[in-house]
Design a protein around this ligand. Sequence first.
Ligand code: LLP
Length: 382
Amino acid sequence: MFSNKQIERIKKKQTPFFVYDLNLLQNTLTALKQHAGNDVKIHYALKANSNLKLLDCIKKAGLGADCVSGNEVKQSIKCGFLPNDIVFAGVGKIDHEINYALEQNICCFNVESISELFVINQLAAKQHKKAAIALRVNPNIDAYTHKYITTGLQENKFGINPYEFEEVIQILKTLSHVELIGLHFHIGSQITSLVPFEKLCTRVNEINQWFIEHGIYVESINLGGGLGINYHEPDSEVIVDFKSYFDVFRNFLKLQPNQKIHFELGRSIVGQCGTLIASVLHVKKGINTNFAILDAGMTELIRPALYEAYHKIENITSENSTLLKYDIVGPICESSDCFGKAVLLPETKRGDIIAIRSAGAYGEAMSLNYNLRKPAGKLYLK
Ligand code: LLP
């Protein structure tokens, strides 16, 4: 995955750090645009990674920004995204965040509850503005992914349920500072089968039709993100199969004339371009295993601790060919601070460099300063 020259650069830098392959990001964006076609708008989900260097490439590729906090809106604007290319989502937007987004004249608020409709209307009125909104609908579709990153089931906190639609329509008639322009859906993340997306299309068709029958035409249908990446064999699929993904929507979605499709992809854009690099501090014998203790931990990449997520782990400096089993752990005082159990690696010793793959999405962005850890460094490869 890394050339010898790149490994030499990596060896010179103080670990732990994230290394980002900007070339791969660029190629991923090119593939994304090619397969999405010109008639769809893609907003990049900043929550996956809001690193300015990555954002800059993404903005230059012509994507918009999907934000879930006032600071993400700020970061997008700082990076040069046009306000009209920024959407603001989230079940609990704070009043000052809404005010800031209104001041910036962002393109759309994705509204997740009836209560929020009233709040946005009230805050927009104070600014003498009309806020464009999309209703985030909970379509009750199982994404068959980890329960912590499933969002489109009725039991989840996200979105407005169809049984509330009648009430929403009545309320909207009374609110003069919001304008409904879209319907928004997002069923979950790291979805590796296309079947849930097919089911989503069927649901979207029904819901879109319901609104038409009730006299409401919306100009945008936002299908969220969620496309999963190959964590097990990243090198066999460095760029995800965007074609098959977009084909599902081309084949199954029935749009009304002039309706525009929006997507909000995060992980599938940045996931594979990032790797977490760590040094082995110690190797010690456990009862049934060896522990390789790294200088990176759940503070840099929390996914394994939080979701028992798998990330491929490689020793990129060992010249030994004997394979041994290691539990790859971090330095944090938590037993969940473990990147992988019984991982087969070439015999590993103190000072070896370990690469934890596919860490571009929800790695740096979810970093913690628990134990007063300082932020990991960054290295950009072109
Ligand atoms: N749109 C909405 C409304 C979302 O909630 C999300 C992700 C996305 C778009 C982008 O989804 P993506 O294309 O990245 O799957 N921390 C977890 C993932 C949480 C995803 C949250 N929402 C992880 O590390 O797996």
